[in-house]
Design a protein. Structure first.
Length: 322
């Protein structure tokens, strides 16, 4: 079975700086130089699919808004992005692909049930999670390594023990949420794992976070399917953030998750604002999904003591439940 890459040129049909189309088109160009030139177009779905996550009032607002944001960004663009995610999910459920990467825009992880934010309008990862559950994949794990906390996804899943949401994000940074002590509510306590990290946190600390927090928790949760909210703005060259990952980091995070937690994995593009580096980081993710070796160097970073403290604190909080 293959790795499915979901993409259509229709994802480039609007501009909304800095969430611009180069973020995706540069990846397509780079993938072609690496011999990847087969892309799967989104299938059509019932537009009510978003109601598994979003309120009818909010959907009506998006539908009636005309241009929602930026230049020519309309509800149909937002819906197409969600359809791309559902296509990957449906193909995985059918056994047509072994895993997948959705090279899509707009992103989704800042979208709440009743409002958008941060270039996000419909929550792609949450819509895919609910779709998987309809298809019989009861336990869903979401790993969000975008530099920004996925406040929308967290809120949607906060009470829900069937979806384990984990996020590593820069703090402080927009949207200001994602405290390590925010662990879920009601039956969902313990199923929300936040690992806020300080400025300049890089590869070595992220590997520690994966090896000592995310992977062990994932192994205990035993998800039926895994969704990666893959925002490559945690890369060292991103213009909006201050983290220090390199392209190799994305290969290693993906490989660890697929090999140790769940092979049934769909990665969805979230943020990432340096188009050339997003392209290389996206390639690292896809090559790990394909089972290829990492071919880019780990770039050294001086990890600071407060990054180590952040990991220790997360381990302490997680130990209460896991
Ligand atoms: Zn982001």
């Amino acid at each position: 079975m293959t790795t499915g890459i979901i993409y259509t040129p229709k994802f480039l049909a609007y501009t909304n700086s800095p969430e611009n189309k180069d973020r995706v088109s540069a990846t397509v160009d780079y993938f072609k130089t690496q011999g990847i030139d087969e892309f799967i177009s989104p299938r059509k779905y019932d537009e009510n699919c978003a109601k598994s996550v979003h309120t009818p009032e909010y959907i009506d607002y998006l539908k009636s808004a005309g241009v929602i944001e930026g230049n020519k960004l309309r509800y149909q663009n937002v819906l197409l992005s969600a359809y791309g995610c559902l296509t990957a999910g449906e193909m995985l459920a059918e056994g047509a692909i072994k895993n997948g990467f959705v090279l899509t825009r707009p992103p989704g992880h800042h979208a709440y049930a009743n409002k958008g934010g941060g270039f996000c309008f419909l929550n792609n990862a949450a819509i895919l999670a609910r779709y998987f559950q309809e298809k019989g994949f009861e336990k869903v794990m979401i790993v969000d390594w975008d530099a920004h906390h996925g406040n929308g996804t967290e809120a949607i899943c906060y009470h829900d023990p069937s979806v384990l949401y984990t996020s590593v994000h820069q703090y402080p940074l927009y949207p200001g949420t994602g405290k390590v002590t925010d662990t879920g509510s009601g039956p969902g306590v313990g199923y929300n794992v936040n690992i806020p990290v300080p400025w300049y946190t890089g590869h070595d600390t992220y590997m520690e976070i994966f090896d000592e927090v995310i992977i062990p928790v994932g192994k205990k949760f035993k998800p039926d399917v895994l969704i990666i909210s893959a925002g490559q703005d945690s890369h060292r060259d991103d213009p909006l953030t201050n983290l220090m990952l390199c392209s190799a980091s994305y290969h290693m995070m993906t490989e660890r998750l697929v090999q140790s937690v769940c092979s049934k994995t769909i990665a969805i593009l979230e943020g990432g604002y340096n188009a050339n580096n997003v392209a290389r980081a996206n390639y690292s993710i896809v090559s790990a999904l394909m089972g290829k070796e990492n071919n880019s160097p780990v770039e050294p970073n001086e990890e600071l003591e407060d990054a180590r403290q952040a990991v220790l604190q997360a381990k302490e909080v997680v130990a209460e439940r896991w």
